[in-house]
Write a protein that binds this ligand. Structure first.
Ligand code: UD1
Length: 427
């Protein structure tokens, strides 16, 4: 297995393109299940998770083709067509590797009247149940059966009637599944307390381009009028606000000056505010975002929350940045109960972070030192890379497959910015 070696101490400077958003792509891809016409996605990031999802969709009989991908390009164009579904089962083998596979449940149910998906099981960042996905589908008229580690959702004859559901807590994935199921229902569905992350707006916009009728896009109350059929569309995946935020933290900790082309400041306000509070200059520039810092970072108090609050997916990277702030920062994680696995690894690099339940206190230190480290999830792995960029000596981040799930050609992008980062095999 590959690992990444970082020799710290280079100030990042220059321009780097932001890739298409992984989490948007993972909910746009299953939209291809909703029509027999071709669906084309542009700006699809080249990531292991996207390849995995493509493979999963192929299992259902969806044809996929990739066009115009020169090796030097970021992003790809994929055309998907579900002329006829040959299976409605998402097997354990594939779901186990990629939790987002659960996002086929809603669209499969809507299109085929039934879907069988392996339960995703435990996950490194907490329990991550799918009860809300199932309750929302039930409220739309589905019957849910659980057996042998699989969930089976069945629509009544003639399709889902549609219905009203109020989410007791905000869930991105459950909202996505519910929206994708509702667009082909016989009647109208209303979702209250829906997630309104920019990725959900992207999903609704793509569905609208396919002919769906959705009111309230961007708000927490969505009204979806079911359509008899949807048609094909060509759609451009939104830029990855988490990737952009991660590179912003990297720029800030190295005292760098980086322009992130394609980043949209209006979708990253909480992250931008956190960076500014820490003393980092963040400004919208033509076509992107400029992030600059003299390396003098102030401590901040941050709490993760559903959008428009601070994304839990930015917590680890901001924490890495704050290890060198002049004072103590307080971070509270409210979305996932077990999302501090990067803390012991950052501490092995010389950080001084204490955790108590959902709160982490980050006492700023003078310097970090390189070490061999590894992380158990994607964003935690990125936090170790960020720390490594400024640590004295060499940092080796193992289990690179986590980073490959969510950061397109990371070592190449960092190299463009002047970092000394190398991927080597045989971890
Ligand atoms: C998505 C993102 C992930 C991000 C998260 C929160 C994708 C592929 N992943 O994950 O990167 O960290 O949103 O912004 O887009 N919950 C339940 N029951 C459910 C569903 C969720 O209790 O049925 C809980 C979860 O355990 C968690 C909270 O709700 O505590 C939010 O999770 P959710 O928004 O669903 O996250 P994901 O969609 O899995």
């Amino acid at each position: 297995m590959d690992k990444i070696i970082i020799r710290g101490g280079q100030r990042l400077s220059g321009t780097v393109p932001v890739s298409g958003a992984k989490n948007a792509a993972l909910t746009l891809l299953p939209c291809a299940l909703l029509t027999d016409e071709p669906v084309t996605l542009r700006n699809l990031p080249r990531l292991a998770d996207i390849d995995g999802f493509q493979h999963l969709l192929n299992q259902f009989g969806i044809s996929t083709s990739i066009a115009g991908a020169r090796p030097e390009d970021f992003g790809r164009v994929m055309t998907l067509q579900a002329t006829r579904l040959t299976s409605t089962v998402a097997p354990y083998d594939l779901v186990r590797k990629m939790r987002a596979s659960i996002l086929v449940l809603g669209p499969l149910l809507a299109r085929a009247g039934e879907a069988t998906v392996s339960l995703p099981g435990g996950c490194a960042i907490g329990n991550r149940p799918i009860d809300l996905h199932l309750k929302a589908l039930e409220a739309m008229g589905a019957r849910i059966e659980l057996a042998a580690g699989y969930v089976r959702a069945i629509a009544p004859d003639g399709g889902l009637p549609g219905g009203t559901y109020s989410f007791p807590l905000v869930s991105v994935g459950a909202t996505e599944n519910a929206v994708m199921a509702a667009v082909l229902a016989r009647g109208t569905s209303v979702l209250h307390n829906a997630a309104r992350e920019p990725e959900i707006v992207d999903l609704c916009n793509m569905l609208a381009a396919m002919g769906a009728q959705i009111e309230g896009i961007g708000t927490s109350d969505l009204t979806i009028h079911g359509a008899e059929r949807l048609h094909g569309a060509t759609y451009m995946v939104m830029p990855d606000r988490i990737e952009a935020g991660s590179y912003a933290c990297a720029a800030a900790i190295t005292g760098g000056d980086v322009t992130l082309t394609g980043a949209r400041i209006e979708e990253m306000e909480a992250t931008v505010q956190a960076l500014r509070d820490a003393g980092v200059v963040v400004e919208a520039v033509k076509g992107g975002l400029r992030v600059a810092s003299d390396g003098d970072l102030r401590p901040v108090t941050l709490t993760t929350a559903p959008y428009p609050g601070l994304a839990t997916d930015m917590q680890a990277q901001l924490m890495a940045m704050l290890t060198l702030a002049k004072g103590s920062s307080v971070l509270t994680e409210t979305i996932f109960e077990n999302r501090y696995m990067h803390v012991p690894e950052l501490n092995r690099m010389g950080a001084r972070i204490e955790t108590k339940g959902r709160t982490a206190i980050v006492h700023g230190v003078e310097r970090l030192t390189g070490a061999e480290v590894m992380a158990t999830d994607l964003r935690a792995s990125m936090s170790l890379v960020i720390a490594g960029l400024v640590a004295e000596g060499e940092t080796q981040v193992h289990r690179l497959y986590h980073l490959d799930r969510g950061y397109e050609r990371l070592e190449e992008k960092f190299a463009r910015l002047g970092a000394d980062v190398e991927r080597v095999g045989n971890d």
